[in-house]
Design a protein around this ligand. Structure first.
Ligand SMILES: Nc1ncnc2c1ncn2[C@@H]1O[C@H](COP(=O)(O)OP(=O)(O)OP(=O)(O)O)[C@@H](O)[C@H]1O
Ligand SMILES: [Mg+2]
Length: 240
C-alpha cells in the first residue's frame, strides 16, 4: 500500500480506535491470548479506566470478576523512564518495552507485599509482560469509586484507616509513594490501589515520598475538619 493511502486511512481512524490499538498492540494481544489459554482469565469485559500509563479492564474467570491493568508499551512517561536505563551498560539487555514489563512486575510484587503487611489492596493474581491481573474491587455492575468521588459519612474513621495502612506499610519497610484521594477506592472500606511506584525504606527517596503521601492525605481530609499536623501524622506512622 502506498504511504499516502496509509496516512489517509490513519487520519480516518477515530481517537477511540487509536487508544484501542495503542493498548492492544500485537504483543499485548499475544500475552492476553496466553493468559486465556493458561486459564488465568476467561474473557475481558469492559474498560474501567483509560489513563496516561495504563488502562484498566474488568475481566472474568469462572464466575468471578478480575481487574486487568494493562500498561501501555508506548507512553511518553515510560519513554521518559527508559532514558534512565537504556544506554546504561549495567542494563544492556533492557529494551524499551521491557521497562514496562519490569514496572508491571514491580506493581505485582508491591501489591503482594502490601497485602502481606495488612494493607487492604486488590489481591494480585498474576503478572505477564505488561499485564497485571488482580482482584476486582466493585459490584457486579459498577467498579468501586475513588475516595474523591464519594460522600463519606465518617471521615474521621476513614482517615484513621488510611493512616493505619500507611503505618503498617512503613512498619514493614514500605512507602506507597502515590497516596491520594485518587488512589484509594471505596468499597465498604478503603482499598489502596496503584502501587507501582511503592518503594522500600532503603530507597533514597522513601522519606520524601512518605512526607508527600502524608501531606496529600491530610490536605484531602482538611475539608472534613480533620486537622492533624503533618508532623504528628508522621510521628504516628513512624511509631515515634
Ligand atoms: N482492582 C481494581 N478494581 C476496580 N477498579 C480498579 C482496580 N484497579 C484500578 N481500578 C480503576 O482504574 C483506575 C486506574 O487505576 P490505577 O490508579 O491503578 O492506574 P494509574 O496508574 O493511575 O493509571 P494512570 O496514571 O495511567 O491514570 C482507578 O482509578 C480505578 O478507578
Ligand atoms: Mg492512579
Amino acid at each position: 500500500m502506498k504511504l499516502d493511502k496509509i496516512e489517509k486511512i490513519e487520519r480516518r481512524r477515530t481517537e477511540k480506535q487509536k487508544t484501542c490499538s495503542e493498548v492492544f498492540d500485537k504483543q499485548t494481544l499475544l500475552s492476553l491470548t496466553k493468559m486465556i489459554s493458561d486459564k488465568i482469565i476467561d474473557s475481558v469485559d469492559f474498560p474501567i479506566s483509560t489513563g496516561k500509563e495504563a488502562n484498566v479492564f474488568r475481566a472474568k474467570k469462572d464466575d468471578k470478576y478480575l481487574a486487568l491493568k494493562i500498561y501501555r508499551t508506548s507512553t511518553a512517561v515510560f519513554k521518559d523512564l527508559t532514558k534512565y536505563v537504556v544506554g546504561d551498560p549495567r542494563f544492556k539487555n533492557v529494551k524499551k518495552k521491557n521497562v514496562v514489563y519490569i514496572w508491571a512486575r514491580k506493581e505485582y510484587k508491591n501489591l503482594k507485599k502490601l497485602m502481606e503487611l495488612g494493607v487492604k489492596v486488590p489481591t494480585p493474581v498474576a503478572c505477564r509482560d505488561n499485564i497485571l491481573v488482580m482482584e476486582y474491587i466493585g459490584t457486579e455492575s459498577t467498579p468501586a469509586p475513588m475516595l474523591k468521588n464519594v460522600e463519606i459519612k465518617n471521615p474521621e474513621k476513614i482517615f484513621k484507616i488510611i493512616l493505619g495502612f500507611m503505618k503498617k506499610a512503613y512498619k514493614g519497610g514500605m512507602v506507597h509513594g502515590d497516596m491520594s484521594e485518587y488512589n484509594v477506592l471505596m468499597y465498604r472500606r478503603p482499598v489502596v490501589i496503584d502501587a507501582g511506584q511503592a518503594v522500600l525504606l532503603a530507597h533514597p527517596l522513601s522519606n520524601e515520598l512518605l512526607e508527600r503521601d502524608v501531606r496529600n492525605i491530610i490536605r484531602y481530609f482538611r475539608k472534613f475538619d480533620i486537622n492533624v499536623s503533618e508532623a504528628d501524622a508522621l510521628k504516628n506512622i513512624r511509631g515515634e
